[in-house]
Write a protein that binds this ligand. Structure first.
Ligand code: GDP
Length: 324
């Protein structure tokens, strides 16, 4: 079993490739729920939905979220009724939020609701919310403290971020299956997701971070940063405000206590200098099925190499194991 830690956009694209390269039922995905919100009274789990839509072949390639060919009739009607519409929900997407909210209202946990939704979509990979408890990513900005969606969608990440906190994380329990998926995996991959607001909330659960430190499985992370910029979104500003260098090395540093290998883009190969973890360079930009599949294969081969070479974790001053 391969276990992936994922956010929404970058993670969902990566998982689409991985589910073609290995049998999907060999795959467990632990998904960020720090971005979850209540919208129009409905429980929305944007990252779980992106992963599910990706696996079900429904994800909009153009938007990177929601369903391909979606309509927005309800959103338009809601606008006329004076409801807030800065967070956009498509019509078919809305049906999913209604179904999930109904399941939660009837007493199911988010894990149970997610399992039922994946079954209905015909998904055989295990998609696990990181927790059934409420953990909320809060972004402290020059315009005050905002929820992640207020910062990202409503304010289009314009206010300068000053810090991020994961409200509720100290007391949250990992969802059923999460710790086992880390302990028993053959390999663990951290998707090319935002290290601070997508992977950070998952790692903010103390038991998850501890399990990653302890597992025998090799752990690889794919950098969402190329050169000194994020492929998309606010990852660079968020990393900077958290005190990390904006580079693949900075991404590796956010995972330093458990990471075995960082997968960085080949455009960064020239800048290889001593780093504390093994580096594998390849094309990390996912623009087609072929590039997604190739990145998935590269990640699996990085895990094989990490396993075979029994690479030490952080051995400061160690030379770079660079390869392309
Ligand atoms: P979010 O919840 O939608 O923010 O989901 P993610 O954190 O999974 O996705 C956003 C991150 O994915 C950003 O930091 C991007 O830099 C990264 N990303 C998006 N597309 C790609 C890609 O094709 N390649 C790589 N390496 N990173 C990507």
């Amino acid at each position: 079993m391969i276990t992936v830690l994922s956010g929404g956009t970058g993670g969902a694209k990566f998982i689409q490739g991985l589910a073609r390269v290995i049998a999907p039922d060999e795959l467990t995905i632990i998904v960020n729920t720090g971005d979850d919100l209540t919208w129009w009274g409905l429980h929305v789990s944007p990252d779980i939905d992106s992963v599910n839509y990706g696996l079900a072949g429904l994800l909009s390639a153009e938007r990177g979220w929601g369903i391909e060919g979606e309509t927005f009739a309800c959103l338009e009607a809601a606008r006329h009724l004076g409801l807030p519409t800065w967070f956009q929900l498509g019509d078919r997407d809305l049906a999913l939020h209604l179904a999930r909210t109904e399941m939660l209202r009837s007493g199911k946990s988010l894990s149970e609701a997610t399992a039922e939704i994946t079954r209905q979509f015909g998904i055989t990979a295990a998609v696990l919310p990181m927790t059934n408890d409420r953990v909320e990513t809060r972004v402290l900005t020059s315009a005050g403290e905002l929820s992640f969606q207020e910062y990202f969608v409503r304010e289009r990440y314009q206010p300068a971020p000053l810090g991020v906190r994961y409200s509720g994380a100290e007391v949250a329990e990992p969802a059923p299956g999460v710790l086992r998926a880390i302990a028993e995996a053959e390999g663990i991959i951290i998707a090319p997701s935002n290290p601070i607001t997508s992977v950070g909330p998952i790692l903010s659960l103390p038991a998850v971070r501890e399990a990653l430190r302890k597992t025998q499985a090799p752990i690889a992370a794919i950098s969402p940063i190329i050169g000194s910029a994020a492929v998309s979104g606010p990852a660079a500003a968020l990393m900077r405000c958290a005190g990390f260098e904006v580079s693949f090395r900075g991404v590796a540093a956010t995972y330093a206590d458990f990471l075995d290998v960082i997968i960085a883009d080949q455009r960064d190969a020239g800048s290889a200098r001593s780093t504390d973890v093994f580096v594998q360079f390849c094309d990390t930009i996912m623009v087609s099925n072929d590039t997604k599949d190739a990145l998935a294969r590269a990640a699996l081969s990085a895990l094989d190499r990490a396993r075979a070479r029994e690479l030490a974790l952080v051995d400061s001053g160690a030379s770079v194991g660079a390869s392309s």
